[in-house]
Design a protein around this ligand. Structure first.
Ligand SMILES: NC(=O)c1ccc[n+]([C@@H]2O[C@H](COP(=O)([O-])OP(=O)(O)OC[C@H]3O[C@@H](n4cnc5c(N)ncnc54)[C@H](OP(=O)(O)O)[C@@H]3O)[C@@H](O)[C@H]2O)c1
Length: 272
């Protein structure tokens, strides 16, 4: 039986870089046992050396066939998870002049199906945490907040962005998946929060050549996420300045489209 003094376990996917790495460092400092996943085993191993309280669970989230192996791997250390940060993701842009349509499937497999596979691994551990919390509550030992699934989506889902067909659609699908999941897990006392970050400086955005207003450091973003999800909101979106601007344009979609569409002149120049 878990004692009130025992460490709570959390799982972060995409923990070898950017937001996931920063989340891992913060959660470790807060005293959690952090399970960390990504594909690159060498990087994972290095992080377990550099960051206290971390255990590497290599997982390519696209591989549904590995779900049971990953569950067994986590079970070697714990039966319960307090939180899962469904964070691993990728972004590629569509060039409409030479479209690589298969890229849309690739990005959807990572950002949407990968999130589904992650939840499939995590759910039994979160359910077990609910039972443990109930036991502790009955003993008046401790009252924990509900176990929680935290999905990292994007502010890009508020309005359409040029060239972002794959990324935007995969993240919009993720929003629906998470928000619908929240309804069905409510009765089980498991909460689900959809996080919509704006631009964060990471290897994912380092390749962008366009302006990224209000871009923030990964450590700052991860701290905002950890604090923002604490009250278990349905959606946590930040930075607020960008949220308000995008929400305004959501009400005037024609104006947004006019402002943000590549011009005909530009598109012809790019082809030359
Ligand atoms: N940066 C931003 O401005 C921004 C804004 C909004 C939302 N987000 C979202 O935040 C999340 C993290 O983004 P980031 O900017 O921190 O990106 P990042 O620095 O590129 O990190 C991506 C992480 O995901 C892992 N990953 C990628 N494909 C994977 C797969 N198939 N299986 C398992 N792990 C995989 C990578 O590790 P391996 O390559 O070793 O697998 C890496 O640890 C993403 O979901 C992204 O869409 C980012």
């Amino acid at each position: 039986m878990m004692k009130a003094s025992e460490k709570l376990s959390v799982w972060v996917t995409g923990a070898t870089s950017g937001i996931g790495l920063a989340l891992t460092q913060i959660l470790s400092r807060q005293g959690y046992q952090v399970f960390i996943s990504a594909r690159n085993e060498k990087k994972l191993k290095q992080i377990t050396t550099d960051v206290n309280n971390t255990i590497a669970i290599p997982f390519d989230i696209m591989r549904e066939q590995d779900i049971s192996t990953v569950k067994q791997h986590i079970l070697r250390y714990t039966e319960t998870l307090h939180q899962v940060f469904v964070n691993a993701g990728s972004c590629e842009y569509l060039n409409i002049d030479t479209p690589d349509w298969s890229m849309v499937k690739r990005i959807t497999d990572i950002n949407l199906i990968g999130a589904v596979n992650t939840v499939a691994v995590a759910l039994p551990f979160l359910q077990k945490q609910v039972l443990k919390n109930q036991e502790l509550h009955n003993q008046a030992a401790v009252i924990n907040t509900q176990p929680q699934i935290i999905g990292i989506s994007s502010l890009a889902t508020l309005v359409p962005f040029s060239k972002a067909q794959a990324y935007g659609a995969s993240k919009a699908g993720l929003n629906y998946f998470l928000q619908s999941l929240r309804m069905d897990l409510r009765a089980q006392n498991i909460s689900v929060t959809t996080v919509l970050p704006g631009f964060v400086k990471t290897p994912l955005t380092d390749k962008n050549t366009f302006a990224m207003p209000f871009i923030m450091d990964a450590q700052v973003a991860a701290q905002r996420i950890v604090e923002g999800v604490r009250s278990q909101p349905r959606v946590f979106a930040f930075p607020k300045r960008l949220v308000w601007i995008l929400c305004l344009f959501k009400v005037f979609p024609g104006m947004w489209e006019k402002l943000m569409s590549p011009t005909l002149k530009k598109s012809i120049q790019e082809q030359e």
